[in-house]
Ligand binder design. Structure first.
Ligand code: ATP
Length: 268
């Protein structure tokens, strides 16, 4: 079955490092999963998963609890070995977990639960993420304060005492580091008020406009589909639906209710 939203595999070889013109733009990463199988302790969780995101894309990965969304992000960010299929990032096949190399190449991963340390201040997080040089720390702190003013005014506050929305802003601030070319983010909206979620999605949309490749996992479709350029629905470890945000919105109900993992993949 073909999916017009996903280019043929040879379209990602060599890497399509499309230049996006304008101040502050970056070259995004091309991320491609083909027939990926992966799991834990011999139990397969992902079955033949296909996913593509290129520079400037916001790829929404939707699906119910336990569908395998976080597992897919672990594969993308190089933290989980695959049992079959192909993961190609920037034209190179990733054959074994290598999160440090992918991070050095510009992949920023925000795990579920926000990936911040409650006992460190905002400023200490910024120090962790920036280089050793004081100027780099200062520049990143300035970028964080400019993009998220509330964090600028709370730079000496412990992350554990920030609100949920502020903690998610802090987690996303890692993507303001120079050299970030892809952001993969798990459950961005979890437990947050709609207004905050809207602001955070505005941030993701801006990142993508600058050329960064964004993959975001969500259980709730509405907000993410309003900024996504492509979307996939994962059910029972299989991509049940993939296409444009409009196509996925139209088929979402059926995809969620479409039966168990053995139901046929419906690709618009
Ligand atoms: P949720 O929205 O609830 O986080 P999800 O779509 O992100 O769900 P995953 O977290 O990827 O789903 O989990 C998919 C399946 O893999 C589940 O059955 C889960 O129990 C299992 N699983 C996830 N992590 C592990 C692990 N570390 N060890 C063993 N099984 C795991």
């Amino acid at each position: 079955m073909s999916d017009p939203g996903i280019p043929p595999h040879d379209a990602v070889h060599p890497p399509d490092r499309e230049r996006v013109d304008g101040a502050g733009t970056v070259q995004g990463m091309v991320i491609s999963l083909e027939s990926v199988r992966a799991g834990y302790g011999g139990i397969e969780v992902l079955h033949d998963v296909r996913l593509f995101a290129g520079p400037g894309d916001v790829c929404a990965l939707l699906g119910p609890n336990g569908a395998g969304k976080s597992t897919t992000l672990r594969v993308v960010s190089g933290r989980l070995a695959i049992g079959g299929g192909l993961v190609v990032i920037d034209g190179a096949a990733i054959r074994k977990p290598q999160p440090a190399r992918l991070a050095a190449d510009g992949m920023c991963c925000i795990p579920e639960g926000r990936g911040v340390f409650p006992n460190l201040t905002v400023e200490e997080h910024v120090s962790l993420w920036s280089g050793r040089r004081r100027a780099e720390r200062r520049d990143l702190m300035n970028a964080v304060a400019e993009r998220f003013p509330v964090l600028g005014s709370r730079r000496r506050q412990l992350a554990g005492s920030l609100s949920g929305g502020e903690r998610q802003m802090l987690a996303l601030s890692r993507s303001l580091r120079p050299g970030v070319r892809a952001l993969v983010c798990d459950e961005l909206s979890m437990g947050l008020a709609p207004k905050i979620v809207e602001e955070l999605y505005g941030y993701l949309a801006g990142l993508a406009r600058s050329g960064v490749t964004v993959i975001v996992v969500e259980q709730f479709a509405d907000m993410v589909l309003s900024i996504a350029t492509r979307a996939s629905v994962l059910v029972g470890g299989r991509i049940r639906l993939a296409g444009t945000p409009g196509e996925v919105r139209a088929g979402l109900h059926d995809a969620y209710l479409g039966g168990g993992p053995e139901a046929p993949v419906s690709v618009t």
